[in-house]
Design a protein around this ligand. Structure first.
Ligand code: BDR
Ligand code: CA
Length: 310
């Protein structure tokens, strides 16, 4: 039986690639795509999700828009990474279907409530919607199999020296999710910075020659130079959000550790930092499976396999 999942995302170039990997994977059953405010405004991330599902011919998947802003802060977007539309230079087809009338939280709650089996939540944007869900519908926690999220990192930041973007945008939401008691798998920067697409990988994807592969290659054309010109000095583009789907499809590509993780919400210099207790120094029990390593070549082969299905 395919694993039922709901993807809460803020597309966003790497969110789009994560969706492309998930939507034709035979071992995943994508019940819904919900959108968060993050990489772009909530209107644009919702519009992009609809356009991506139209491109991928998955108009049967339920779509709902989420919270307009973080729980307690103003929205910070990443147009400097994902462009004015959130899709770089890639033109998506105009959406040919509508989102449902419910909010993201209402839709996820309904799907959890009515599902005969627990559902896995995949979160690739700020955690606002999921924090609201857990706060407003705590009785549904047991219906969540696991939350697999892209966010944070062990001693790593990409928005501040210590904070990763998704957690930085809504640290209060992330802390609610991390301390919720729901099983969690974290794809943080320490692993996503190993999931690199190199220039020759983009050519391999382009040569697949279907509309989704062409869109993914065009997204990577926009995304790669940002990485190559960054002082961090990575030789390729970090596939942050696709790591969540890759872990669901092929966990054998990863190594991980069970660790305690909390989110800094008050620090003068450290807001949005994920504090990972690598050596058990605070005596708190582990709450997160932290992904630590990925087999890069295996990950690229998986991406190619997924995108070839269109
Ligand atoms: C995360 O931030 C966003 O810009 C990406 O889509 C990814 O979810 C990486 O820090
Ligand atoms: Ca994202």
């Amino acid at each position: 039986m395919p694993r039922p999942i709901i993807i809460d995302c803020d597309p966003g170039l790497d969110d789009a690639i994560a969706l492309a990997m998930a939507l034709r994977a035979p071992t995943l059953d994508v019940k819904a795509v919900t959108t968060s405010a993050g990489n772009q405004t909530p209107q644009k991330t919702l519009h992009n999700a609809l356009g991506l599902l139209t491109l991928m011919q998955r108009q049967d998947v339920l779509v709902a828009g989420g919270a307009a802003k973080p729980l307690m802060r103003d929205l910070v977007i990443a147009d400097y990474v994902h462009g004015d539309t959130g899709m770089g230079n890639t033109h998506l087809p105009a959406p040919d279907f509508q989102p449902v009338k419910q909010t993201a939280v209402e839709l996820i709650a309904d799907l959890l409530r009515t599902s005969s089996e627990p559902i896995t939540l995949v979160v690739t944007g700020p955690m606002t919607n999921i924090a609201l869900l857990l706060s407003q519908h705590s009785e549904l926690k047991s219906k969540i199999e696991r939350i697999v999220f892209m966010g944070g990192g062990m001693n790593a930041g990409n928005t501040t020296p210590v904070a990763e973007f998704n957690i930085y945008v809504d640290p209060e939401a992330a802390e609610i999710v991390l301390q919720s008691g729901v099983p969690l798998t974290m794809a943080g920067l320490n692993v996503t910075h190993q999931a690199l697409v190199l220039p020759q990988d983009i050519e391999r994807i382009r040569s697949i020659n279907n509309p989704v592969a062409a869109a993914v290659a065009s997204m990577l054309d926009f995304y790669l130079p940002l990485y190559l010109s960054h002082p961090r000095g990575l030789p390729g583009a970090a596939m942050h959000d696709p790591c969540t789907i890759a872990w669901l499809l092929a966990p054998e590509l990863f190594e991980s550790r069970e660790l305690w993780v909390g989110v800094e919400t008050q620090g003068q210099y450290t807001v949005g930092m994920t504090v990972v207790d690598e050596f058990g120094q605070n005596g708190k029990p582990a709450n997160v499976e932290v992904l630590t390593h990925i087999n890069r070549q295996g990950f690229i082969d998986l991406m190619v396999e997924c995108v070839s299905r269109y």
